[in-house]
Design a protein around this ligand. Sequence first.
Ligand code: ARG
Length: 576
Amino acid sequence: MSFRSTIAGWLAEETGLSRDQIETWLEIPPQQEMGDFAFPCFRLAKHLRRSPVQIAEDFVAKAGELDGIDDVRAVSGYLNFYVSRGSYVATTVARVLSVADNLGRQQIGTGQKVVVEYSSPNIAKPFHVGHAFTTILGHALYRLHDWLGYETVRVNHLGDYGTQFGKLIVAWRLWGDEAAVRDNPIGELLRIYVRFHEEAQTNPDLDDQAREAFRLLEAGSPEEQALWQKFRDLSLTSFEAVYKRLGVSFDSYRGESFYSSRIPDVIDLLKKKELLVESDGAQVVMLDEYKLPPCIILKSDGTTIYASRDIAAVLYRWEQYHFAKNIYVVGTPQALHFRQVFAVLDKAGIAAASQCVHVGFGLVKFADRKLSTRSGDVIFLSELLEESVEKTRAIIKENARLRQTDMCDQEIDEVAEKVGLGAVIYTFLKNGRERDIVFSWEEMLDFDGDSAPYVQYTYARARSILRKADPDDLPERMVTAKQLTCLATEDEFALAKLLDGFDKAIQKAAELYEPYLLVRQVTALARAFNKYYNHESILKTDDPALRRARLALLQAVCQAIRVGLDLVGISVVERM
Ligand code: ARG
């Protein structure tokens, strides 16, 4: 039994509340002096009709022998529990080993569907670093929800609709180059798009042609449709190459174009609810009571806009999935847009509106170079990944030479790929998502800093100890806690606490849509392990029972790092 359940079981029995409820209230105090677990008694104040201070004192008086708990103290309305080191480390390590690569996996989401919308790049446009942020963050949020038992639907809401397709069609007919577009789809589409804008400045007739092409596209004209389809397919092929490299995939690519045909349903609904009003020729929904500007549904020329397609998308997803949550991983600059969309739905009496969540994130900047390189151009994610992998390869090559390892070029390439991508992913996920990100190669590839390479290197180091160990000393999956009670040093205790915190970190990361909570947990574990490793030479431990127990702890640490990194999309390596 875990300490949490021992404590929760005791309090449940004393109060008549459910053990699960009590367990969710249990906290891990920020400081060691405050014990290993703390229970905030204000949670019971109403139920027991006494003050938290009084409750805490009463409980201390009643606390007899609790299994594995050395001491219980009452401090300012909190019950602080001090667990017995040996048995705490032992039970934790045994538990982590027994769940193996399912660490932190839970069933809290069973029976509930969660739509996670992320990435959503625009067709015929480069996949810029902002899209990298949503892709990486969204993927982590999907993995976390999946891990917690939710049924997930991964949606890529492609920007595959809009007047720019009229321009592209005209540009393609004038300057399109079949061979070039096969070679470099996005680059070529971008080239003709930029050229269109340049030439339209002196030749306004081009804009008229573009409007006509778009009108034909909307009307379903086969030629225009075929070109649009071509641009979409070409773009997707190029996006998918990046997704594949990152290990990201989707269940649906239904984008804006799909919803444009469903706008009439939106109009019907809003008309029926008498919410559409005319404003300067446009049809809008007033949102004063939400303290928001009006949401435009139809422009004065009758064309639909971004927001109306998003309203249609919520209705469709609700009908299709009956989601418990519909999550939008989209940059914070679009916060107002989503508030308006959800408010319109709420005003129309659509209950699903309250289950829609906008998960925003900050801007991406570069310390080493300007974000904008060429005119109207941005850094492509594929270039960023490539640069990171190349830089990593150089470092690993140099380390291999210095340490005279026998890593062959192929292994170096594979390791560089995982570490180089890891470095980029880590940078996006190491802080709260709303903070702006400043990319700096020095920090990203700092093997001692808060970085993926640091954690991956720590993992490789720990694995090498396990490889060097006598196989007879390695733990079976089912080690009994009894075999591990000899683990009782400060460092071992610190490691156990971090291992024990994984379930909560995973849960919180999903609940708050903040994968950094898990990233920090993994990094803290790696730091604690390095500290331990510098104090204790595990393989040279004389006492065989202690040596085995330490190897078991090491194994548990490796498992936790592997699971933690994997959940945010970073791979481990065996050597580097
Ligand atoms: N394609 C948009 C962009 O690149 C993002 C789409 C966000 N999702 C949505 N449902 N509006 O800015």
